[in-house]
Design a binder for this molecule. Structure first.
Ligand code: ADP
Ligand code: MG
Length: 453
């Protein structure tokens, strides 16, 4: 075990499976020693939902009325949603291309009465700042190395999402058609997941000769300017603005940061994502799309059914849901059985949701108007499995759950889709007694898949 651990850590360092820790030291990113097993049928099932989900989101993002109607109540008590919605209403945009880099996240729900049956259930669909396209490939590479002499090695499922992501960005840049084009990567000032981002930058440069400029929103406000509609940063034109920040209010703690976002939105840069696409990825919209009539406004019956098969119950807090005797508001049901639910605000990036007793505390302190900024989701009981987690050189072997994310890329010109593809997967494995799942937030370890026969 010790040799194997040392071997795994050396390999991860040599091959770029790295992050910065809280003391700003370079350390290996958290990973598992053993991959997670999945059946071919289950994997194919979730992967096949990537392109229809992208298409659904394209159409939802184009529906201004829907975004307005369902997010305006959240905006009343959530200044972050309010600002984004305002930006959308102003309608600064001068770019008809929509470029998407997305990730559809699932847990495999296990029925207690029939544990052999697993049902993929969607946790969320990410339209902004989908992390780990590089580190997931590095983790997969690590597992290929560790299992090179093992039968399991041949069952590992290859993944390298970055190849597809970089190709998508390169094609979009070509369509933008400017000699000084670059990718503008919007970053947080204190980013710990920097190497995941660097991986993409280096691939774009080496393979496509496309430079990336990294800036915070504040820096963009101070350095950037518009020239004939282009967003200029130094001598470069930001043909693509790729957000690895701007999904949390902390990224907008100054007026300058909002100025930066305004500048980006007012330009002809292709935004990954645009404001409406960011709004379409909000948890409130995920909840609204569980209404059979609403999802059918956007996709065909057959697609709606396939997507719905992976939905769990998601409710507005004041919506009436079935209870023992008669329907009661969802929030009251959550007070009675909080262990069956997850309470979520309109936030991304991990660490924002409430579980169990926290739900009771939050709900008791909330006014009716505040309740509109949250959704309630049925808790998914994911299959548990044993795994050895490695965090900064320390191992822990424990019962775990694994969340699988399917990356997709899509480019559309107005409603015409130019490409829409699955580009690979990610697995994050965490101890079964942890509620949240973020790798950078320190809850989960990167993993990869092998096919169970
Ligand atoms: P974020 O946008 O912060 O990533 P998520 O909706 O992905 O928010 O939730 C964060 C984590 O919480 C997930 O990775 C998962 O581990 C856990 N989680 C979220 N929803 C559920 C659910 N319905 N059932 C069980 N766990 C959940
Ligand atoms: Mg998530």
């Amino acid at each position: 075990m010790l040799n194997r651990l040392a071997e795994a850590i050396d390999f991860s360092i040599v091959n770029g499976l790295l992050k910065l820790n809280n003391d700003h030291q370079v350390v290996h990113a958290p990973f598992t020693l053993n991959p997670y097993g999945i059946s071919r049928l289950t994997l194919d099932g979730i992967v096949s939902l990537t392109t229809p989900s992208n298409q659904l989101m394209l159409r939802v993002a184009a529906d201004e009325d829907l975004l307005q109607e369902h997010l305006a109540p959240s905006a009343k008590t959530d200044p972050f949603v309010q600002e984004l919605l305002k930006l959308h209403q102003v309608g600064l945009g001068t770019q008809d291309y929509q470029l998407m880099v997305t990730r559809n996240d699932f847990l495999l729900h296990q029925e207690q009465e029939a544990p052999e049956l697993l049902y993929p259930k969607q946790v969320e669909f990410n339209t902004i700042s989908c992390s780990f396209p590089f580190l997931s490939a590095r983790t997969n590479h690590l597992h290929q190395f560790l299992y090179r002499d093992d039968a399991l090695g041949s069952q590992l499922v290859y993944t390298d999402p970055l190849i597809g992501v970089a190709a998508a960005l390169a094609e979009a840049i070509e369509r933008y058609g400017h000699a000084q084009a670059c990718v503008l990567s919007v970053i947080q000032p204190d980013e710990h997941n920097i190497f995941d981002q660097r991986g993409m930058e280096y691939l774009l440069l080496e393979q496509y000769d496309i430079p990336t400029i990294r800036m915070t929103l504040e820096e963009i406000a101070s350095v950037g300017h518009l020239h004939e509609g282009h967003l200029m940063v130094g001598n470069h034109v930001a043909a693509i603005t790729y957000f690895r920040a701007a999904y949390t209010p902390q990224d907008f703690s100054t007026k300058e940061a909002w100025k930066g976002r305004h500048l980006i939105e007012a330009s002809s840069s292709m935004k990954v994502p645009s404001i409406p696409m960011q709004l379409a990825g909000m948890k409130k919209i995920q909840q609204v799309l569980t209404h059979p009539k609403i999802i059918r406004k956007f996709v065909e019956e057959d697609t709606a059914r396939r997507l719905e098969a992976t939905f769990t119950g998601i409710y507005a807090l004041d919506e009436l849901i079935e209870s023992r005797d008669s329907p009661i508001p969802a929030w009251q049901q959550a007070l009675e059985t909080p262990e069956h639910y997850v309470l979520k605000p309109q936030r991304e990036g991990g660490g924002n949701n409430f579980f169990g007793e926290e739900i009771v505390q939050e709900l008791q302190a909330m006014t009716e108007v505040e309740r509109r900024a949250y959704i309630l989701m049925d808790r998914i009981h994911a299959e548990t499995h044993e795994a050895t987690l490695v965090v900064e050189g320390q191992t822990q072997t424990t019962q775990c759950v694994s969340e699988i994310g399917c990356y997709g890329v899509c480019l559309a010109h107005r409603s015409e889709i130019i490409f829409n593809q699955d580009v690979g997967y990610l697995v994050r494995t965490k101890s079964a007694d942890q509620n949240e799942g973020g790798v950078c937030a320190g809850y989960a370890c990167l993993n990869s898949l092998y096919l169970k026969s």
